[in-house]
Design a protein. Structure first.
Length: 179
């Protein structure tokens, strides 16, 4: 079942609209942790209405798509994710690079890093460098992956036609820590 589009209504070219924000984590004081990697990825993808300067949202908004012929704008960065296809605004995607690198360096283990481990299963991406689960949402993991691919900081180790031979039929992926 597809999710309703978020209030900012960004367009996702060739696939469903990127879903609702990941569930917030409650603290002992019942406050919300809104600066964790999942929340920051959501802000990068969708934008933050309270901080458009730092988080304008990297997906195209409906009003930025010139017509309804299903074709992406000429300057779109199109990334095929595991489930969906994403249409990123090139300028805003480039603007997100420092924050995406920060998240990669914070959560991605050396197993995934090109030149170190070289790549690892998407299924284990939910664990951070300290062995803690940073997200329980595959969509947050996919968001990190497609942002990294769009920025040239990540990719798939094997083409999609080989995924069925891998554990869980999920891809092995790689990331770069910069520059």
């Amino acid at each position: 079942m597809s999710e309703p589009p978020p209030k900012s209504d960004p367009a996702l070219l060739g696939g469903p609209i990127y879903g609702s924000p990941p569930p917030a984590v409650e603290t002992a004081e019942m406050g919300l942790i809104d600066d964790g990697p999942s929340a920051r990825l959501e802000k990068i993808m969708m934008g933050d209405p309270d901080d458009r300067e730092h988080f304008p949202g990297v997906l195209f908004r409906r009003e930025e798509i010139p017509n309804d012929d299903g074709k992406p704008p000429k300057d779109a960065v199109i990334v095929q994710g595991i489930i969906g296809q994403y249409g990123f605004h090139e300028g805003r995607l480039k603007q997100s690079r420092p924050e995406v690198l920060k998240i990669i360096n914070e959560v991605v283990t050396d197993n995934y890093i090109k030149g170190s481990g070289g790549g690892y299963t998407f299924l284990a991406l939910c664990e951070d460098r300290k062995g803690n689960q940073w997200t329980g949402e595959h969509r947050s993991m996919e968001a990190l992956l497609v942002l990294a691919i769009g920025l040239g900081l990540g990719g798939y180790c094997l083409p999609r036609e080989f995924w069925s031979s891998l554990p869980g039929e999920m891809p092995y992926i790689w990331f770069s820590r910069g520059p």
